[in-house]
Design a protein around this ligand. Structure first.
Ligand code: SF4
Length: 345
């Protein structure tokens, strides 16, 4: 388990305070990136950063980088066209049977690779979903009986008070067509103390609830994050993990093997490994799909299916998720793995 440095409390620090704390000097490019996409992190998460600051996987996930300002015609502020797939403000309806409900644009940490950076970039106010929009969303779900599943997302939904979250979840649970409620949160990774007994009790009482979290690197597997996950699993809440493949952070089979094994040990199922979406501000994190496939091929003989996530890309223009696999079929009769070509009877 990664040993984290002790830092007082879990409050959030502005960039200048942090610069003093870490004795960092920021370049003009880094300051410009932070001006476009504000820096935000918890003291807990900053405490995971090791001595080799600028190469540290946690540092690189939360500190500004001048390359966030690269603009290119293939990059978009809304690469998955979510805003166009919102019949009701805050409700994304892309797939037939499920919707995403964005309940806040607030997060505990601003992840530099986030594909929803447009929601928290400079100039955008902190906002939680209003009662009016929630009622519209509930009406929409009721009207569309084929919707069976809701993903509560944001921002980070656990930025809401537990009582507010309970109101939303209770209302969703009462909708007859809803079988499954998913809640997507990075809190076990960036602020594990948010997973407290009151929250866990509330979530454990919701039928059909799944918890989706987002670990990207084994350095994020700490005693605290393990406790947060085990509080959820011991309460009977299934926990899945989504990882984003990040250039220079986790684009290495050994790093991911350690992460996925560590998660499975905590009974957290590695669910998806996502290729970075072509969002403005994220180009420098993109590995290319071929790199992801190469890593998956390397991991195949090293990890059981419990430890292995599905590698996927989200298609632009709201096309949806597409799972990708290395090509094991070599001609009509042969299968190949690890450079071997084997005749399949
Ligand atoms: S917590 Fe989630 S929504 Fe918030 S910045 Fe990180 S990835 Fe984006």
């Amino acid at each position: 388990m990664h040993k984290k440095k002790k830092i007082n409390g879990n409050s959030v620090k502005p960039l200048d305070t942090l610069a003093k704390f870490a004795k960092l000097e920021f370049s003009e490019g880094e300051k410009a990136a932070a001006a476009a996409y504000p820096f935000l992190a918890t003291n807990y998460y900053l405490g995971l950063i090791g001595n080799d600051l600028r190469n540290d996987p946690v540092y690189r996930q939360c500190f500004p980088d001048r390359r966030e300002l690269i603009r290119h015609k293939n990059l978009s502020t809304d690469p998955l066209c979510e805003e166009k797939q919102m019949p009701v403000p805050g409700l994304i309806h892309r797939y037939r049977d499920r919707i995403v409900l964005l309940v806040t644009n607030r997060c505990a940490v601003h992840c530099r690779f986030c594909f929803r950076k447009r929601k928290w970039k400079t100039g955008i106010a902190n906002q939680d979903i209003s009662d009016e929009y929630l009622q519209e969303a509930f009406k929409y779900i009721r009207r569309h009986e084929r919707i069976k599943e809701v993903l509560i997302s944001g921002g980070d939904p656990l930025m809401l008070e537990t009582s507010r979250l309970k109101e939303i979840i209770d209302s969703l649970s009462k909708l007859k067509n809803i079988d499954v409620i998913r809640i997507g949160s990075r809190m076990p990774v960036v602020l594990p103390c948010r997973i407290d007994t009151r929250l866990v009790k509330m979530l454990s009482e919701v039928p059909g609830l799944w918890f989706l979290t987002h670990f990207n690197h084994p350095a994020e597997l700490t005693d605290e994050s393990a406790k947060a996950c085990s509080m959820l699993t011991k309460a009977g809440i299934p926990v899945l993990n989504q990882t984003v493949l990040l250039k220079g952070i986790n684009d290495d089979a050994s790093v991911l093997e350690e992460l996925f094994r560590g998660l499975a040990r905590l009974q957290v199922k590695p669910h998806y490994l996502f290729h970075v979406d072509p969002a403005e501000g994220n180009a420098h994190f993109r590995t290319g799909v071929a790199k992801g496939l190469e890593i998956m091929e390397e991991l195949r003989p090293r990890l059981s299916s419990i430890c292995t996530p599905v590698f996927a890309v989200d298609l632009p223009e709201g096309g949806g998720k597409v799972p990708l696999q290395p090509d094991y079929r070599l001609g009509k009769k042969y299968l190949g793995i690890n450079g071997r070509k084997i005749l399949y009877p």
